[in-house]
Design a protein around this ligand. Structure first.
Ligand code: FAD
Length: 285
């Protein structure tokens, strides 16, 4: 059984950054991903120039299946309808339906309180769109407990989410436990595993500061030992991600979603070191 490989990119804020990303995307295209997804800040003013511009390039110019992320907490129904119209004009028919993060000093709108509200709306008003949703192997930070989180996830799927993509994680066992909980809760849609290769110290420090993701002993040892050796840290970080992917693939994960951080070299390294594992079609007997 083969596993899908997809990439995630984020739109830069500057024109120069966008042009650089377009070059990166051309390199990612060569790796024939199942899709590329484009993140979206929940600041709607810039979405035309950021997410939609990049998604348009991937879909129309590179002809790679594209998923546009759509955080909706700060959108009204009419703004959402406008965005769906723009996606239709471009020809994109896949979205990642999100609530998005709530900014401490800006109250959200009331039309889409949770991602499931957005999913219900899209299912009703734009049923041609394929809908993915976010999920959290270590639970969403706001949820009361794991059971409550799985209950809400089940609702998300029941109202029309057709595929789930996980938050990044570094401990595969936590992913397997989460997968099992989903199975027991009768959540049967494909769950793509979000993997972020750690390739430099700043990225690692940022992660430690901002994430509630468990960092296993083996992972922390890499950061500690190679803290002042960027070349070794990069090599060890890539090896760690590859090891995670090999393990997930042997357990028949539905797909690997690589958080590329817009770095084509990293994606290429991972691809070339896992492509036979991901595409393994060989069967005994
Ligand atoms: P929801 O599914 O709405 O869940 C949010 C919280 O509410 C959870 O605790 C959940 O358990 C709870 N909940 C859900 N439904 C209900 C209900 N009916 N009643 C009570 N509680 C409920 N953010 C961005 O801004 N832009 C991006 O591009 C982006 N891309 C992402 C991609 C992936 C793969 C992932 C995993 C996350 C991404 N995020 C992005 C981050 C995401 O927006 C935040 O984690 C956000 O805080 C939650 O969004 P959600 O869609 O998961 O919310």
């Amino acid at each position: 059984m083969s596993s899908a490989l997809s990439f995630e990119v984020f739109p830069p804020n500057t024109q120069i950054g966008t042009e650089k990303l377009f070059k990166t995307l051309k390199e990612l295209q060569q790796l024939e991903p199942d899709f590329i997804s484009v993140t979206c800040s929940n600041n709607r003013q810039t979405i035309e120039e950021t997410t939609l511009k990049v998604a348009d390039y991937i879909h129309r110019k590179l002809k790679v299946p594209t998923i546009a992320h759509l955080p909706a907490a700060y959108l009204s129904q009419s703004q959402l309808a406008e965005l769906v119209k723009r996606l239709d004009q471009i020809g994109i028919n896949q979205i990642l339906a999100l609530r998005g993060d709530i900014l401490p000093d800006l109250p959200p709108k009331k039309d889409f309180v949770y991602a499931s509200d957005l999913i219900q709306y899209v299912k009703r008003e734009a049923p041609h769109l394929h809908i993915s949703g976010a999920c959290y192997p270590e639970s969403h930070p706001e949820s009361l407990n794991r059971i409550e989180d799985i209950k809400q996830l089940k609702h998300k799927v029941a109202v029309g989410c057709e595929q789930l993509i996980t938050q990044l994680f570094f401990d595969n066992d936590l992913f397997y436990q989460f997968q099992e909980s989903c199975y027991l809760a009768d959540i049967k849609v494909p769950i793509l595993a979000g993997i972020m290769p750690i390739v430099n110290r700043n990225q690692a420090l940022r992660l430690i500061k901002t994430t509630n993701t468990k960092l296993p002993r083996k992972f922390l040892a890499i950061l500690e030992k190679y803290e002042h050796d960027p070349v070794a840290l990069r090599e060890a970080g890539l090896a760690y991600a590859i090891d995670q992917i090999v393990d997930l693939t042997t357990q028949d994960v539905s797909g690997i979603h690589l958080y590329t951080m817009n770095n084509a070299e990293v994606a290429k390294h991972i691809y070339h070191n896992t492509k036979n594992v991901l595409n393994g079609q060989w069967k005994a007997g």
